[in-house]
Design a binder for this molecule. Sequence first.
Ligand code: HEM
Length: 147
Amino acid sequence: MPYTSAFMQELMRFRAVVPIALPHKTNEDSELNGYFIPKSTTVGPNIWAVHNDPDYWDEPEKFKPQRFIDADGEFIKSNHVIPFSLGPRTCLGKQLAQMEIFIYLVSMIQQFEFLPDPNSDKLPEIDDGINGLAFLPYPFCLSAKAL
Ligand code: HEM
């Protein structure tokens, strides 16, 4: 299911659930891209910046699942989409979360058509949300019509 995989990867890139990964502390003096980082500095890896770097992404502000589909229609897995962060302290629930999202998303869109709820306010802006450790949309209502 290449397009579903591309859609999920673009979703994770476009709106990183955890824009700044958990804080870590350097255990030795370090240098990164010419910046000196002393031992015991608290650092927060900026996942949002990786996902929106205009030097790497074409139109990062646009939601385009097709950026991850090649000329043969196959899915391109990107090493630059890192919603679960990287390294030895990467998210422990990564495989579980990806499997759950895939199963939930596919089973819902196979059975329902989702539309804005005509009886409630308009949908929240996609750029707006509640920004804490996780970036969440404001609450909203949808109408699900069985197919
Ligand atoms: C879309 C879903 C999820 C996203 C985007 C996500 C993302 C992240 C991120 C960015 C980190 C920080 C990694 C770091 O700072 O290096 C993290 C850590 C962690 N996540 Fe998740 N996570 C998700 C779901 C889950 C689930 C379902 C579980 C457990 C069932 C889980 C368990 C953990 C644990 C235990 C850590 C701490 C790992 C450590 O410090 O060694 N996560 N997650």
